[in-house]
Design a protein around this ligand. Structure first.
Ligand SMILES: *Cc1c(COP(=O)(O)O)cnc(C)c1O
Length: 371
């Protein structure tokens, strides 16, 4: 199997993923855990990660879009699945058909869901989305009472949960996150005030799990932390998780380059002495960002070497100086050889982005291998 796939592959360490999940579960107990698997499980592979979460008895899965939920159902996943993104009214029958939990983010949507469920003679499961300060989707906290009232009246809707989302729980300054939590709890008073059973309450993402245990409530929604990456540099590392994803390739070509002979498109790099260089079959067409040009480094045979010249769609050139390397040598783009490592945080710095974008951009052209 290994031999027939591309020399470039993502390796996912399922043991480490299990370990990270257990640590999060332990730290946030007795809250339920919703494993967030959107964007191909942060590059780790949607279906395989979902299967593992099912084996580990995760309480819930979270995805962003309808198609992700459908793929999981078609792959035999029967855990409850919340689709967290915004949706259109004409998608509602498909949500119902696949037994996916909907995010209701307005009274209008709620009524559309109620009507569709009535027509299909099923009960729709929804989580109500409250906007406590993200201004993305959800009913504003200051208008939420009418929304909750309307939700109670929908006969064909089971309001299983009510949730919100933090804008900056991974920051060292938690004042805005605390304000959001306060607003959310205030909204939730509706239930006790009216003696209505409170649905599952949730607001916490990775940053919240690490820094705001008081926000765990009934369920937490870890995304990036599950994959062993911290949501920011500033966040307190109250849990020790380790990366699950490595990105590796292999040397496919070796050459010497004469001084003054430019490398790659637009000739932006010229060696000033004779160098040895290897070509590695990965590029921005795989999600190895072109913006890392003149910054990126890789590991070969336990040493760090710079990528030279423009990163192209499918190939990069690495300067190994006076060292030796041979066709087939492993090249680590993200990961560790036991002694040295290159993290997705480093790639994020080179590309001027955040680790989330690095992980979610390793595209499906790169085969995933599970260990
Ligand atoms: C992406 C997402 C999460 C997970 O965020 P992380 O920072 O990766 O933990 C949780 N909730 C919602 C609504 C999301 O969109």
């Amino acid at each position: 199997m290994d031999e027939i796939v591309r020399p470039t592959r993502v390796e996912v360490d399922l043991k480490q993923l299990t370990e990270n999940f257990r640590l999060i579960k332990e730290q946030t107990s007795p809250s339920k855990v919703m494993a967030v698997l959107k964007a191909n499980a942060y590059g780790n592979g949607l279906v395989r990660v979902a299967e593992l979460m099912q084996e580990l008895n995760a309480d819930y899965l979270g995805v962003a879009v309808l198609e992700e939920g459908i793929l999981l159902r078609q792959s035999g996943i029967n855990l409850p699945i919340l689709v967290m993104g915004g949706m259109l009214g004409n998608q509602i029958p498909i949500f119902l058909k696949y037994d996916l939990t909907m995010t209701a983010s307005s009274i209008e949507k709620l009524n559309q869901i109620d009507a569709a469920a009535d027509q299909m003679k099923v009960k729709a499961t929804v989580h109500l989305k409250i906007d406590t300060g993200m201004e993305r989707i959800g009913v504003h906290y200051y208008n939420a009472e009418k929304f909750l009232e309307a939700s109670v009246k929908c006969k064909n809707v089971n309001v299983e949960g009510v949730y919100s989302h933090f804008a900056s729980s991974d920051s060292s300054d938690l004042s805005y996150a605390n304000l959001q939590l306060e607003r959310f709890l205030e909204v939730l008073n509706f239930y006790t005030k009216n003696s209505i059973e409170t649905p599952i309450r949730h607001i916490s993402n990775s940053g919240g799990i690490l820094q705001m245990p008081e926000a765990n409530l009934d369920l937490v929604r870890p995304g990036i932390l599950l994959y062993g990456v911290y949501p920011s540099n500033d966040v307190k590392r109250t849990l020790v998780v380790k990366p699950t994803l490595s990105w590796k390739s292999h040397v496919v070509y070796f050459k010497a380059i004469k001084p003054g002979h430019p490398v790659s498109y637009n000739s932006t790099y010229k060696p000033d002495e004779l160098i040895r260089a290897v070509t590695v079959p990965v590029g921005y067409g795989d999600g190895y960002f072109r913006s890392m040009t003149h910054k990126a480094e890789v590991l070969i045979r336990g040493k760090r070497y710079p990528v030279i010249g423009a990163i192209t769609m499918d190939q990069i050139v690495v300067n190994i100086g006076k060292d030796s390397s041979f066709n087939g040598d492993e090249v680590i783009l993200i990961g560790s050889d036991g002694v040295n490592s290159i993290t997705c945080e480093e790639l994020a710095n080179w590309a001027g982005t955040i680790p989330y974008e690095i992980l979610t951009n390793i595209n499906t052209r790169v085969p995933r291998i599970y260990r």
